[in-house]
Design a protein around this ligand. Structure first.
Ligand code: OKP
Ligand code: ZN
Length: 344
């Protein structure tokens, strides 16, 4: 298995996350990358490579151009406006307001392009997001060329990022960028399997009307869990995409047996679809000790997860999403990848 990593993913070093009404030090921190990397090295999972620069074209294949321009200029505009802290939205085009005009100043644009308020923007955010999508592209390109598995140590994560919205710590949807890249390289059916605790609302939105990407997600029930406004089982796709979006919401505290049985259903759907490539949105925040999630995985259960994924027998690229129990994040990621390798 080949691993892709870029030191530039650590350039996002914001100080603030709005959490429970308080500005705290962000859960999604650069140390996460160092900890996973340490474990990957110690466990000798595979060679670690830096990706090349793929430019913006693969990003613009799934994201809105003005959204990308906003991310690039946001911090500069925020500073030019003389604001004291980091860039955080505090007004949205909510249901009773107009969403058909984009404001001209940074405060208005922030609300237009944000879907949540926990994700501050500051120096280095855009650069880290660029590095993260390059990591994803390096990994998927390797799998496309070799049929061998790969792991992209993406950071910031991506699955909450929609066509023109950031939030939930995500800016570019790395899995969507990688899936579209695979299609542009000639694959016709790509599956994205999202095992992060949180629903991948961005990935779902990007491919909701399409049948060339099957999106399958296991996650905490949105009735009680972030991102709250998407991720129900009745969201099955629209138009040509009807039947190509599958959500498995589960209550907090769901046990691992139930979760694994649900995974079997998900893998059946992926096989039935005839996927030529599986991109796994790998969030290890399903770990019981995760500080912001509520599933019950023990570290050993991640080995089983990797084994089950390998049994599908498909070319697979793993991309890092969430996981915030920093003491165990490296072990849990390595366990998935080692479990996968044992069974292949
Ligand atoms: C990103 B990823 C805690 C509520 C959750 C945002 C969670 C983003 C998760 N105060 N806030 O899916 O791991
Ligand atoms: Zn998550």
């Amino acid at each position: 298995m080949r691993i892709f990593h870029s030191d530039a993913t650590r350039l996002r070093q914001v100080r603030t996350e709005l959490h429970d009404g308080v500005l705290v030090s962000p859960f999604e921190c650069p140390e996460r990358v160092s900890l996973v990397l340490d474990h990957l090295r110690r466990a000798e999972v595979g060679e670690i490579h830096a990706p090349r620069d793929y430019g913006l074209a693969p990003v613009l294949a799934v994201h809105d151009r003005d959204y990308v321009a906003f991310l690039e200029s946001c911090w500069r505009e925020w500073q030019a406006a003389g604001r004291e802290g980091e860039a955080i939205p505090n007004i949205w085009p909510a249901r009773t307001l107009r969403a058909d005009r984009i404001p001209e100043t940074v405060c208005g644009k922030l609300g237009y392009y944000a879907l949540a308020a926990e994700t501050s923007i500051a120096e280095g955010t855009f650069e880290a997001a660029l590095a993260s999508k390059d990591v994803a592209l390096g990994a998927v390109e390797y799998t496309l060329e070799s049929n061998e598995p790969s792991f992209g140590l993406c950071r910031p994560p991506g699955h909450h990022a929609a066509v023109d919205q950031f939030g939930g710590y995500c800016f570019f949807n790395n899995a969507a960028v990688a899936a579209q890249y695979a299609l542009d390289k000639g694959r016709r059916r790509v599956a994205i399997l999202d095992v992060d605790f949180h629903h991948g609302n961005g990935t779902q939105q990007i491919f909701y009307g399409r049948d060339d990407v099957l999106f399958v997600s296991l996650h905490g029930d949105p009735a009680v869990t972030f991102p709250y406004y998407l991720g129900y089982a009745d969201e099955t796709g629209v138009g040509a995409g009807e039947g190509f979006n599958i959500n498995y919401p589960m209550p907090p505290g769901t046990n691992v047996d139930t979760w694994m049985q649900t995974l079997d259903q998900a893998l059946h759907a992926i096989k039935r679809y005839g996927a030529e490539l599986v991109i796994v949105s790998l969030g290890v925040d399903i770990f019981e000790g995760d500080p912001i999630s509520a599933f019950t995985f023990q570290s050993a259960d991640f080995i089983t997860l990797g084994q089950r994924l390998a049994e599908a027998g498909l070319p697979t690229t793993f991309l890092m999403e969430g996981g915030y129990a920093v003491d165990e994040i490296g072990l849990n990621v390595v366990n998935v990848l080692k479990g996968f390798q044992q069974s292949t």
